[in-house]
Design a protein around this ligand. Structure first.
Ligand code: KG4
Ligand code: ZN
Length: 326
């Protein structure tokens, strides 16, 4: 089965071709520089940019995959959640293609697709269902922080989510408070290198609560007050590094502890991590050591598939189509 898939839920435009679990092409266009000037994603600009880029990305994906349009059996697109205007671009393009070529269309839930991205790896990237095992999946990006129990392929239950800001949003906003540019996550990680993560004590929201939810707005506010009361910390590079390392440590400790605790409680054999924040090396290192201690297998999405991409949309579309799901 050959699937052409689109992803346009936020600020990455993606098109991919997946055939029998193999990602033959995965084109992506990031809008980071466009939105950087505004310190966050501007929905109207994102929509226009998707409209501008999707046709050429789709064409490039088809060409890279060396498939003929006539060989596409299924068209898929992210149906949500995401920015409404942005979603409409990919969704309507896919539906229009499917309608005009008389082939099937499938709308994919964005979060559900993230659950499968850690199982796509290799050269060329392949979705390996045989290696799949029941897992607890942490999805961490600028828009979402979710903990999901994946009991079997296509059988999952949301255990918890953020009650306010997403983890990536916390990275971005605290980075801004310490004078770093958007998107702050990678910048804060860089600034934290060599810093002392124990130099400053920031709250670990909901860490000791017996639920699987997250909350990051209190942590962000605490950094805001700290910077307001100690503006001198931003003047000294060493102290600024310590500050960034301490903020990063607070976010990472909450994510890692709650994820591994949930995995142990439900008896999951594996933990998976995806979403933009999954690129964070401290998070990757800490969760690897926590899973190791708990005897749990860890699968983190490969860096190229951590951020939003159409490959994960295509992989899930094919899985669903094979099961005869609408
Ligand atoms: O998945 P993604 O590309 O887009 C969505 O939000 O859906 O995630 C982007 C988020 C941003 O908040 C960005 O700051 C964060 O992921 N991020 C990071 C790192 N790389 C990206 N956060 C911490 N450390 C990183 N290395
Ligand atoms: Zn996402």
């Amino acid at each position: 089965m050959t699937v052409l898939a689109f992803e346009t839920s936020c600020d990455e435009t993606g098109a991919a071709v997946v055939r029998d679990g193999v990602v033959l092409a995965n084109t992506i266009s990031s809008q980071i520089t466009l939105h950087a000037e505004y310190g966050g994603v501007v929905p109207e600009l994102a929509t226009r940019e998707h409209l501008r880029n999707l046709p050429s990305l789709a064409k490039a994906a088809i060409e890279t995959a060396r498939v003929e349009w006539d060989h596409v059996d299924l068209v898929a697109a992210t149906r949500g959640p995401g920015l409404p205007g942005a979603l409409l671009v990919g969704l309507k393009a896919a539906q229009g293609l499917a309608f005009s070529r008389n082939i099937a269309f499938i709308g994919i839930h964005h979060h559900e697709a993230h659950l499968y991205s850690p199982w796509i790896s290799g050269h060329p990237p392949r979705f390996d269902l045989a290696s799949f095992s029941p897992n607890v999946s942490l999805i961490v990006s600028g828009g979402h922080t979710l903990l999901v129990h994946v009991r079997a392929p296509l059988d999952h239950k949301v255990l918890g989510e953020t009650l306010d800001d997403a983890a990536g949003e916390c990275f971005d906003k605290t980075a801004r408070l310490v004078g770093l540019a958007y998107p702050g996550g990678p910048q804060l990680e860089r600034m934290a290198e060599g810093g002392n993560a124990r130099a400053f004590e920031f709250p670990r929201p909901l860490l000791d609560q017996a639920n699987d939810h997250f909350s990051f707005s209190g942590l962000k506010t605490s950094v805001r007050y700290f910077v307001r009361d100690h503006p001198e910390t931003l003047q000294n590079t060493k102290v600024r590094r310590d500050l960034c390392a301490s903020v990063q440590a607070a976010i990472v400790e909450v994510l890692v502890t709650k994820t591994v605790r949930a995995a142990v409680r439900v008896g999951a054999r594996a933990v998976t991590v995806s979403g933009g924040v999954a690129s964070n090396r401290t998070l990757r290192g800490e969760i690897e050591s926590a899973c190791g201690k708990a005897g749990i297998v860890l699968r983190v999405a490969v860096p190229a598939l951590c951020t939003d991409n159409a490959a994960m949309i295509g992989v899930l579309a094919e899985l669903k189509a094979r099961q005869g799901l609408p």
